[in-house]
Design a protein around this ligand. Structure first.
Ligand SMILES: Nc1ncnc2c1ncn2[C@@H]1O[C@H](COP(=O)(O)OP(=O)(O)OP(=O)(O)O)[C@@H](O)[C@H]1O
Ligand SMILES: Cc1ncc(COP(=O)(O)O)c(N)n1
Length: 280
């Protein structure tokens, strides 16, 4: 009921992750990307971090019981179409999120398996990796590890393109439908580099782009996975989203903003929308 006004339907998404006090990564980057893409965003806060563009100074995990209450509050009211996870900190939090998801399915699940921040701080304990593999990954529509995260998930080093292709298959066999292995860590090594995606139907592609020589890449993975989450919620197909998600992240890195003195944050104000002439 909205007498005299109008009612607008809007796709609803959620980020299940940790905050970044400096605003460049984590839940903060997710919310800015969601807003940019015109979706309504809710949050399940799993942890808080005291961090800046130099690194993570401290972490504060939210109790598992409270995380489950957050799940219930959202599921009792909102109509979430897609959810993404970010830094989950440890085994207890990963288990709580898997438990929350099984009780309250919130649409398509996208896992960004954040393990180590750009400054080198651990945002997922080593003991959480098995819980991630056995409890959370089998529930997901898409997982988006960067190269070091993919190496940890498969337990071997990934040097060649062939290694990456095999790793994506190994991860898909853990029960997740689609696997994106991000190549940002090779961006300094080559002028052109690529992300690799293995789709649910067995097809795959290399998404190639020029590497930008910069250290202002705080929150690149969050930005990419949030863009994908927003547009899955809008009903777009993953294969159509991927090139545009890459373009959004690329422009958000390229059109840099002057914030912080370490690994600076991205520009979440760039205008790139699915379905426009520019992106066909
Ligand atoms: N220097 C760069 N130039 C161009 N694209 C980049 C660069 N760095 C990262 N990207 C792109 O940004 C996206 C995120 O990649 P990356 O490998 O940095 O993820 P990530 O390490 O998980 O990010 P983060 O942990 O910072 O959130 C990928 O699509 C990647 O190709
Ligand atoms: C709360 C939180 N989530 C995710 C990241 C990863 O981003 P990056 O590797 O660019 O620091 C982060 N630093 N902090």
């Amino acid at each position: 009921m909205n007498a005299g006004g109008i009612m607008i339907d809007i796709p609803q998404v959620i980020t299940i992750a940790s905050t970044d006090a400096s605003g460049g990564a984590g839940i903060n980057a997710d919310l800015k990307t969601f807003h940019n893409q015109g979706v309504y965003a809710a949050t399940i806060v799993v942890g808080l971090t005291a961090q800046n563009t130099y690194g993570v100074q401290d972490q504060y995990p939210i109790p598992a019981k409270f995380i489950l209450e957050e799940f219930k509050s959202i599921a009792d009211d909102l109509d979430i179409k897609a959810a993404k996870t970010g830094a989950l900190l440890d085994e207890v939090r990963v288990h709580a999120v898997a438990q929350g998801w099984q009780s309250h399915n919130l649409g398509k699940l996208i896992i960004d398996p954040v393990m180590v921040a750009k400054g080198g701080s651990h945002l997922l304990s080593d003991t959480a990796i098995d819980t991630l593999k056995t409890e959370l990954i089998p529930l997901a529509f898409l997982i988006t590890p960067n190269l070091p995260e993919a190496e940890i998930l498969v337990g071997r080093s990934l040097k060649t393109d062939q290694d990456i292709i095999h790793a994506a298959m190994t991860i898909q066999n853990m029960g997740v439908k689609n696997v994106l292995i991000k190549g940002g860590h090779r961006a300094d090594l080559k002028n052109e580099f690529a992300d690799y995606i293995l789709y649910a139907d067995g097809s795959s592609e290399w998404l190639t782009m020029p590497g930008i020589k910069t250290k202002r890449t705080h929150g690149t993975g969050d930005t990419l996975s949030s863009f994908i989450t927003a547009n899955l919620a809008k009903g777009y197909d993953l294969k159509d989203i991927m090139p545009v998600a890459k373009k959004f992240t690329y422009e958000a890195i390229r059109q840099t903003i002057n914030v912080g003195h370490g690994h600076g944050p991205l520009n979440h104000w760039v205008a790139i929308t699915m379905g426009t002439e520019d992106n066909k």
